[in-house]
Write a protein that binds this ligand. Sequence first.
Ligand SMILES: [Cu+2]
Length: 493
Amino acid sequence: MSRSFAPIAYAVAVLFVSAPLIGSVGATVIARNAANKPSATAPAAKQGAVHKIVLKTGMANGKMVYMDAKGTVNPTLKGNVGDTIEITITSGEGAQHDIVADGVFKSPMFDGKSAPTKVTFKLTQSGKFTYYCSVPGHRQIGMEGLLEVTGPADSSAKAPAAPATAVIGAAPAAGPIAPASTKAVSISQDPNAVPSPLGNRPPQLVKYAIETVELDGKLDDGTTFTYWTFAKKVPGPMLRVKEGDTIELALTNRKDSKAVHSIDLHATTGGLGGGEHTQVAPGETKTITWKALNPGLYVYHCATPSVAHHISAGMYGLILVEPKGGLPKVDKEFYVMQGDLYTNHKFGTKGHHEYSHDKAGDELPSYYTFNGSVGALGKEHRMEVNVGQTVRVYFGVGGPNKVSSFHVIGEIFDKVYSEGSTNTVKENVQTTLVPAGGATIVDFKVQHPGKYILVDHALSRAGKGLAGILEVKGKADATVYKSSDKGMTDMAH
Ligand SMILES: [Cu+2]
């Protein structure tokens, strides 16, 4: 299948503002989010007061935020012209952040291992200014608040030269791309990495320990990406338990991570699937214990804001809860997951890509992958079976956003366990719809040798990396299929 380089229309949210001025800097200031929030500091009675503010970062209502000593979320900071503000800030949940108000102040980056970070600045101009975290995406998921400065303008302040334009989030593909990472490793999960069937055993305690790892990975030939993973692979390890089992899952976030991570298993009842109690800072471990009440094939994923970022960057996997009697035996089982990836450069651009919140917000992926990278199935990892064998694919969509019209070119699914439900079987299906955050099990017998191509039948996506090869070896049966032509499947990849 040859690649097409479809142009992508980048939608960039541009907010025009007139720029008030602070000090001598021609500042671009965005005063949005004018919600009434309690003030962290009362307006000072006289000029020249010093306001000492203690802040920490953390999570509240599914967002990432700043909190003051009283627990006020994104408190409005207040003072008069001539006053001094002294902020002491720590990372409450352990991730890397800073605090910035354009043209007013900027702290260095800090994380859970940093000593409390102090930033001191004088208020020289009245107005409303937004403070925020400049780590990509953090502002969009809640890390912003207001700084209100009252009083007359400092006469030493210069007037703005011209109205300024502020772009919310960096525009994609602006400027040259960074070279491909020399540290990049393969992150593609092997589709053959399926745990063995569990047999007809009684329910038991099953223990899993999973580590979350951020690393540079190979996305395509000459192209690398900053992946966030469960156990260094995309998708994460396939888990296999039995209906009625109790699962003890310990999630560790590797020490060198910059973000907090977590796990939400769709097979879990309660605790937001585990997402509520597994928010782990770098170097920490948290454990949940839960019972697999419902059989079926389920997606798990990271549930730390921005969840779309964590999923798109690779944090998803499948857990099979075998029904009590097990699934019918087949000769070969595979593990495949689809993802949509939003990067700051176009598909096919060589170099190092980073996640793009703008493209994710617009749901315009630059890449689609099976098992994490372009060419993972067929080029990096082989999917091989023999004529006459029965094949099962555990297929899931990590997403975060796009559904899959899952299809295997040249094959018909003899059985489909739609939406991962092991209780119902459909027979003789050509294409099966798999929702974002959903899964399916397909079974088929291979009766003819050759290459079969796994696709999402939304076929423009094949031009953005979404194709896999299943190779069937053995003798042809001319009553099943024959031709006078030598064929074209060698063109694939
Ligand atoms: Cu995560």
